[in-house]
Ligand binder design. Structure first.
Ligand code: PRX
Length: 685
C-alpha cells in the first residue's frame, strides 16, 4: 500500500481493461499519430474532415499560415475554400445522414433535483430550425452579432446553434457578469440583438437576468448604441408577465413569486410566443471554413476584455477530435461536463465537441453543493455518467465536505475523469482519482485556453501514464516549446519558462474581434514565430509538461481568468481611492485569490465600510465571481524610480514573505516595511 506521499508522486497507468477498448491504447500509437498530425497535417486533418458534411469538401493543402510578426500579418487559415455549416454537422448529419434522430442529445438536470427533461437530436433539430426562422424573421442575417445572456437551459443551446445555422456570430456572456460587463461586450461587438431569460435559481439564490439585461441595454443607450430587440425565455415564470400560458411553457412548472420581469413592449419579446407557428425547416447558411462562428470575451492584461474570434471549419474538427480522444468517448457513453456554456469549456465541451460526436450528455443548471455536497455524485448515478469533466476548484471545495458525500453514491458507471481551468494540485488530483474514481478511472488534466478552442496539452486516458499535476503531452497538431525569458531561446530537455506553440492547430483563434493588431501584439510579439500562452511551464526529465500558472498580469480565481488591470480600474472608480494595485494570493480552494492594495485620497478613512464598498464596487462592475478577497490599506506603493509598481514585491507582502530578493531599484524602500505592518489578518487560506 503506497503512503500518501508516494501516491502524490506516483505514475498512474491506465488499466489493461480500460486499454482494451481505448481509441489510443499505447504511447507508440499516440506518438505515431502526433507525428503525422504535425508533419503532415494535410493527411491527418484531411482524413478527419471526411467524417463531416461539406458543401464543398477540403482538398489537398489544408493549412496556410504566418506565425511570425516580423514577416508580416499573422494569418491562420485551415481548409480555406471548403464550405460547410457546423449546425448541420452537429444536428442534421446525426439525424438525417446517420439515422440518430431518437438518440438523446441532452439530459437536462435542473437546479432542483426533481426538475429534469431530455431532448433527442431529432427534437433539437426542430427547435433549432424554428428558432433560426425566428431570428431571420427578426432581421438577423449572416455576419450579424447576437449577444446571449442565459443560464444553463436548453434554449441556450438552441439559440447558439440557431445563430450558427444562419451564419450569425454568437457572443455568449456568462450569466454571472454584471450589467456593466454585459454592456461593454455588447458595445464592442455592436450586437443587433440580445437573447436572455427571465431569471434563474442558483442553489437558493434567485437571479433576475432580465433586470441585469435591461441595465446593460440602458448602458448601451448612454453610449449611443441601441440593441434593437430582446428575446426573453420564460424559464421561471412570474405572476406579472405571463400568467397567460399555463400549459405550453415549462416555466409553468416553476412559478416564481419573487420574480418581476421588467418589460419594454417596443423591444422585448417572449421566446415561447415567437416560437408558435414557425416552420421546423430551415436551410442552413453555407459558410466558408474560415468565416466566423462565434466570439467569446476573455480578460486582457490591459483591462479591456478581448473578443476571441473562432471560425467554422477548424474549430469544428478540433473540438470534435479532442472530445473523442481526450475523453475516449464511444457511442452509447453518457458524458457530462459541469462547465457553464458561458465559458469556452461549455462552448467546446458541452455543445460543439460532444454534439459533433453524436454524444449523449448531461447538462446541469445548478451548483455542486445544492441541495447538498453530494449533488454531482447523485446525478452521476441517476444518469449513469461515464465521463465526468470539472474544474480543480470544484474538486477542492468538495474535498472539504469529506468523503462520505461521495462514497454514499455508487459511481460505478464512471470511466474517465477530467479537469480544466487551472493547475490542479497533486493532493486534489489524488483525491479525485482515489475517492471519486475509486482508483479505477484515468484522470485527464486538460490544459487549454479560450484562445486555443480545445485541449492543447493533455493526457489521453488509454495510453498516457499520468503524473498528478501534469498536463502531460501535446494533443494532435500541437507543437509546444518552452522559452527562457532571459535569452528568448527555446529550452531543450528539462527546464522552466514560457509555454509557447510553434505552429497552428485547427482550433486556434483567428483574431481579436475588431482589433487584429491587439491579437498580434498579445500573442505573437513577445517571441516572434511563436504563439505565447501567457502561462509558465516546466518540462521534466521524462518530457512531461507541468503548467505553473500565469506569468502575465492575469489572475486565475476558481478557474475564472481575471485581469489585475480590470479590477484596479474598477477600484479607482471609487471616490475614496487614489491608486490601486492588485496581485494574486494563493488560496486553498480557489487556487488563487485577489489581494488588493489601495491608496486612499487625502481626507478619507480606511475602515470596514470602505472595504465592503470596494468589494461591492468590483462585484457590480465586473460580476460577483470577481469580488476581491482581501483589501489592504496602502499609504504608498512600492515603485521604481521611473514610477513602475513592483508587483513582485506586493505578492511577497500579501503572503507575509520577507524574501524580497533585490529591491534596490525601489524609489523608497521604507514603503515595504510600512506595508508589512499594515497587513490585515487574513488567517489560514
Ligand atoms: O492559466 C491557464 C489556465 O486557464 C487559462 C485559460 O483560461 P480561459 O481562457 O478562461 O479558459 C479556461 C478553460 C479552458 C490558461 O491560460 N488553465 C486552463 N487549464 C489548465 C490551466 N492551468 C493549468 N492546468 C490546466 N489544465
Amino acid at each position: 500500500m503506497a503512503t500518501h506521499e508516494e501516491a502524490l508522486k506516483a505514475v498512474y497507468k491506465p488499466s489493461a481493461e480500460f486499454q482494451k477498448n481505448a481509441h489510443v491504447s499505447s504511447m507508440e500509437k499516440y506518438r505515431e499519430m502526433h507525428k503525422q498530425s504535425v508533419e503532415d497535417p494535410d493527411t491527418f486533418w484531411g482524413n478527419i474532415a471526411k467524417d463531416f458534411y461539406w458543401k464543398t469538401a477540403p482538398e489537398g493543402k489544408v493549412l496556410d499560415y504566418n506565425f511570425n510578426v516580423s514577416k508580416g500579418k499573422i494569418e491562420i487559415k485551415w481548409f480555406e475554400g471548403a464550405v460547410t455549416n457546423i449546425c448541420y454537422n452537429v444536428l442534421d448529419r446525426n439525424v438525417k445522414d446517420r439515422g440518430l434522430g431518437d438518440r438523446i442529445a441532452f439530459y437536462w438536470e435542473g437546479n432542483d433535483p426533481d426538475d429534469s427533461a431530455k431532448y433527442t437530436y431529432g427534437e433539437l433539430l426542430k427547435l433549432v430550425c424554428k428558432f433560426a426562422n425566428v431570428l431571420k424573421s427578426q432581421g438577423v442575417k449572416k455576419g450579424d452579432r447576437v449577444a446571449i445572456y442565459m443560464p444553463m437551459i436548453i434554449e441556450l443551446v438552441v439559440a447558439m446553434l440557431a445563430c450558427a445555422r444562419i451564419g450569425a456570430v454568437h457572443s455568449i456572456v456568462f450569466a454571472g457578469f454584471s450589467s456593466e460587463s454585459l454592456a461593454g461586450r455588447i458595445l464592442d461587438a455592436k450586437c443587433e440583438m440580445l437573447i436572455t431569460t427571465d431569471g434563474v435559481y442558483r442553489g437558493t439564490k434567485l437571479i433576475n437576468l432580465k433586470e441585469i439585461s435591461d441595465g446593460a441595454m440602458a448602458k448601451c443607450k448612454e453610449n449611443a448604441f441601441s440593441v434593437k430587440k430582446c428575446i426573453v425565455v420564460r424559464h421561471l415564470g412570474d405572476p406579472v408577465n405571463g400568467t397567460d400560458d399555463k400549459t405550453s411553457s415549462p416555466a409553468a412548472k416553476r412559478p416564481c413569486k419573487n420574480l418581476r420581469t421588467p418589460w419594454n413592449p417596443d423591444k422585448d419579446m417572449w421566446w415561447h410566443e415567437l416560437m408558435t407557428d414557425v416552420s421546423e425547416e430551415c436551410e442552413p447558411e453555407w459558410m466558408g471554413a474560415e468565416e466566423p462562428l462565434f466570439m467569446l470575451y476573455t480578460s486582457g492584461s490591459t483591462g479591456k476584455p478581448k473578443g476571441v474570434l473562432h471560425t467554422t471549419g477548424g474549430y469544428m474538427l478540433y473540438t470534435a477530435t479532442t472530445f473523442k480522444y481526450t475523453f475516449d468517448y464511444h457511442p452509447d457513453d453518457i458524458y457530462h461536463c459541469t462547465a457553464d456554456i458561458g465559458w469556452i469549456t461549455g462552448h467546446s465541451y458541452v455543445v460543439y465537441g460532444p454534439m459533433a460526436n453524436a454524444a449523449t450528455s448531461v447538462m446541469f443548471e445548478g451548483v455542486p453543493t445544492y441541495p447538498d455536497a453530494g449533488r454531482f455524485w447523485e446525478y452521476v448515478d441517476k444518469y449513469k455518467i461515464n465521463q465526468f469533466y470539472t474544474a480543480p476548484t470544484a474538486i477542492r471545495s468538495l474535498m472539504k465536505f469529506g468523503d462520505s458525500f461521495v462514497t454514499k453514491h455508487s459511481r460505478a458507471s464512471l470511466k474517465v475523469l477530467g479537469t480544466v481551468g487551472e493547475p490542479i494540485n497533486p493532493e486534489a488530483w489524488v483525491w479525485y482519482h482515489k475517492v471519486v474514481g475509486d482508483g479505477r478511472c484515468p484522470v485527464v488534466d486538460t490544459f487549454w485556453q479560450t484562445e486555443t478552442g480545445g485541449h492543447v496539452v493533455t493526457p489521453l486516458p488509454g495510453c498516457t501514464p499520468a503524473k498528478p499535476g501534469a498536463a502531460c503531452f501535446p494533443f494532435f497538431g500541437v507543437v509546444p516549446a518552452i522559452i527562457d525569458e532571459s535569452t528568448g531561446k527555446e529550452i531543450d530537455g528539462p527546464g522552466e519558462g514560457y509555454l509557447v506553440f510553434k505552429q497552428p492547430w485547427p482550433g486556434i483563434m483567428r483574431t481579436v474581434y475588431g482589433d487584429h493588431e491587439r491579437f498580434e501584439r498579445t500573442y505573437f510579439s513577445k517571441f516572434p514565430g511563436y504563439y505565447v500562452t501567457g502561462d509558465g511551464c516546466r518540462r521534466d526529465a521524462d518530457g512531461y509538461y507541468w503548467i505553473t500558472g500565469r506569468i502575465d498580469d492575469m489572475l486565475n480565481v476558481s478557474g475564472h481568468l481575471l485581469s489585475t488591470a480590470e479590477i484596479e480600474s474598477s477600484l479607482v472608480e471609487h471616490p475614496s481611492i487614489a491608486e490601486a494595485a492588485v496581485v494574486s494570493h494563493p488560496h486553498k480552494v480557489k487556487g488563487e485569490s485577489t489581494y488588493c492594495f489601495v491608496t486612499l485620497k487625502d481626507g478619507t478613512a480606511f475602515n470596514d465600510d470602505l472595504v465592503s464598498e470596494l468589494k461591492d464596487q468590483v462585484r457590480k462592475t465586473i460580476g460577483p465571481f470577481a469580488k476581491p478577497d482581501y483589501i489592504q490599506n496602502a499609504p504608498a506603493l512600492p515603485k521604481t524610480r521611473s514610477g513602475k509598481i513592483m508587483r513582485r514585491v506586493l505578492r511577497k507582502i500579501a503572503c507575509n514573505d520577507r524574501d524580497f530578493g533585490d529591491i534596490s531599484t525601489l524609489a523608497d524602500p521604507s514603503v515595504v516595511e510600512l506595508l508589512l505592518e499594515n497587513r490585515p489578518n487574513i488567517g489560514d487560506v
